[in-house]
Design a protein around this ligand. Sequence first.
Ligand code: HEC
Ligand code: HEC
Length: 500
Amino acid sequence: MDKRVHRLMGIGGLFAVLSLVDILAPFAAAADYEWQVPRQRWKMPFKDEQPIYFVNRNQAPAEWDKLPRFWNETIEKAVDPQTGEVVTRKAVKIKVPLGLTANPPVPAENPMTVAKWRLGKQLYFSGLLSSDGTVSCASCHDPKRGYTDQAPVSTGIRGLKGSVSAPTVFNAAYNFLQFWDGRAASLEDQAQGPPMNPVEMFDGEGNAWERVVLRVRKEPKYVQQFRAVFGTDPTRDGIAKAIATYERTVLSGNSIHDRADLAMRIRVEDEGTGKYEITAKDYETVLTAAFDAKDEPALAALGLNVEKDRQKVAETAKSLNNGRALFFGKARCNSCHVGDNFTDNQFHNLGVGVKDGQLPPNALGRFAALPTGHKNADLIGAFKTPTLRHLLDTAPYMHDGSERTLEEVVDFYDRGGNANEFLDAKMRDYDAEKAYLISQRTHVPYQGPNVKLFGEDQKPIVPLELHLTPQEKHDLVLFLRALQSDPADPIVADRHKMPE
Ligand code: HEC
Ligand code: HEC
């Protein structure tokens, strides 16, 4: 039986593919630039597809330890789902930087391959996505500037200014939601925004995406790559997928703090005490190693000179450890900046941009992005907690770029942010607020930090002051500097560098 049945199945399969394309053709024509049904015959053969895999130390320590660099070419055996044959093909393993204990999530419909990544990298750096060819993603998220533009607000097409600061793309792969107000659900979703944003990449004439796609289709090198990668002509769907694939490799880790965390784990396992907490000794270990390895970027982040400052190791380690204790203790920064990426992926109103207790107009933040039926007044003026991993390259800080230095940021938190009606619960001094309410009821004069009253209800708001000493502020800033991660690997950051 088998030969004939096989042949029939083959024909049937072919028919199914063809007819699906045919059936959908009228719809595809309408939204042709949005998406197309893939044609298998355009796609590169399975055996030539080079999948990209992530390997992280937490989940695969032995394999991770053996990988010599960020981008590692390997060979794998895999089953071709079309033919059932086992093929040997090339693959890439990405060594996820130390400190990132999970791989970036990848949507099932957008698996990572080298060809897709190459395409995405070219598009990321290409002016084709903007109406007049002058602006690329990299204009505002420049690898040389920590994947930001280092400006309080971004400048787009025709020099137009936006209203918020460009966040870094570093580790954006791990964000639960994208944008300061979380209005995009994925990198694929996010990447579709700028090309139709009138102050970023779009001149406002006609249909933004249709024009982007037509521009990309004019370039034979892109048409050929899209056909090989997606089995379609260039489409909005494919552009978003390719760029997101590139962005998933913009990873940052292996900071001095990550290294100290690892040193601590090794030490505690040696000692067998089970007390997993970093001490000054662990910072000393990794600082000494950084001097031995002449790790200029990591030391410079702490203001240390590779050649001259070796004698400052003990003192720096002590300061760093104090800064760490403050971050996770008295200054309670970790109540929002938690986990590998130092963010809870939530939204908080810190009062950034508030003047005289008033939020600036159009600064409703997360509240505005929530659909009707899901509005939450606690999120008025709330913005996403950003990562703290590349702060030395990403000033100025906050969604409006209003804080110029880390010292200013720490002062901002020291005074409890800016009082306003919707100040986040975690930023408030509840005890003082309660004491004030009791004093109102009992007519006993209130003694305590300054109370501001907001809204019709005259709600008392007392920002939680941290009372940090100058030395504590210094140490906390030093700790933030120790979160400065390794520079991105050139294969990711250098627009001209491509894998074979
Ligand atoms: C004109 C400057 C500009 C251009 C061009 C631009 N961006 Fe952005 N990007 C921004 C700004 C500003 C934000 C924050 C906007 C907001 O949150 O409302 C942002 C947000 C993002 C985010 C969300 C990060 C986070 O932590 O929430 C990602 C990812 C991103 N951009 C990637 C891209 C990609 C990919 C492109 C090219 C398709 C691009 N950007 C083009 C300025 C720009
Ligand atoms: C209540 C939650 C919360 C707490 C507590 C908190 N942060 Fe933040 N942090 C945020 C949010 C939200 C933002 C962005 C706010 C905005 O732009 O409106 C932010 C922004 C920052 C930034 C700017 C980063 C950038 O790329 O713009 C730094 C630096 C920072 N925080 C450090 C700290 C430190 C240090 C502490 C402890 C003293 C701390 N944070 C405590 C939520 C918090």
